[in-house]
Design a protein around this ligand. Structure first.
Ligand SMILES: C[S@@+](CC[C@H](N)C(=O)[O-])C[C@H]1O[C@@H](n2cnc3c(N)ncnc32)[C@H](O)[C@@H]1O
Length: 215
């Protein structure tokens, strides 16, 4: 069993409590409320969806703007995280979200037709890929974008705070902006830009980078 799989199998309940404590879902929701890349009917992939924070935030932001969501597809390595996500979808009576078990480093394991995305989002997952495999993982996601598709990545930055709270406690890799620039270039993205969290989510700046990229 991989390290990430065993970590999130054992600690899926603590992860759900931890993110509430640090107001992570609220911050991600605030980000998507301000995000310019949402449009009606777009085909979306949530890579490393976990318990569904990003999918739920994105969907809520679309509905609030009167945009009807298109197909949302999501994958994750850990069945226990997927199960929590499915329970939330059922409890909130949300349809139109498909979830499968898959590894970002083996995307040929995704169902047929899981490609040509208008938007791919990924949060707090690529930290769990070995550092030297980050460009490969990014390249695999890039290849699944539609020609005009966009990719939004949230990933943990390297600083004293994240070193203790995320690096040690959640056994995650941490990244500097420069390391991410190199990885995005290595993955072949034509453009990528670092974005800020909106004011309502500015506390997440201490935690993470947000990068928007075009194929
Ligand atoms: C910190 S959680 C983040 C979950 C969710 N995206 C969020 O923002 O709350 C990390 C997730 O990445 C998943 N993961 C780790 N390595 C992965 C891989 N190689 N492929 C797919 N998912 C992976 C874990 O199973 C876990 O659910």
């Amino acid at each position: 069993m991989s390290d990430a799989l065993s970590l999130f199998t054992e600690r899926h309940a603590s992860y759900a409590r931890f993110i509430q404590l640090v107001l992570y879902p609220q911050g991600i929701r605030a980000f998507f409320q301000h995000c310019r890349l949402l449009s009606a009917g777009q085909k979306v992939l949530d890579a490393g969806c976990g318990t569904g924070v990003v999918t739920l935030a994105l969907r809520q932001a679309m509905l609030r703007r009167g945009l009807s969501p298109g197909p949302i597809q999501a994958f994750d390595l850990t069945p226990a995280m997927i199960q929590r996500f499915r329970q939330t979808l059922a409890a909130q009576n949300i349809g139109g979200v498909e979830i499968v078990e898959a590894n970002v480093l083996k995307l040929d394991g995704l169902p047929e037709g899981w490609t040509n995305y208008d938007l791919i989002v990924s949060a707090s997952m690529l930290e769990y890929v070995a550092r030297d495999q980050l460009p490969d993982a990014l390249r695999g996601l890039r290849e699944r974008l539609a020609p005009e598709g966009r990719f939004i990545l949230f990933i943990t930055r390297r600083n004293w705070f994240t070193h203790l709270l995320i690096g040690r406690w959640w056994r995650s890799n941490l990244y500097t902006g420069e390391e991410l620039r190199e990885a995005f270039k290595g993955a072949g993205f034509s453009q990528f830009q670092f974005r800020r969290f909106p004011l309502a989510a500015s506390y997440l700046t201490l935690w993470g980078h947000v990068i928007e990229a075009a194929k």
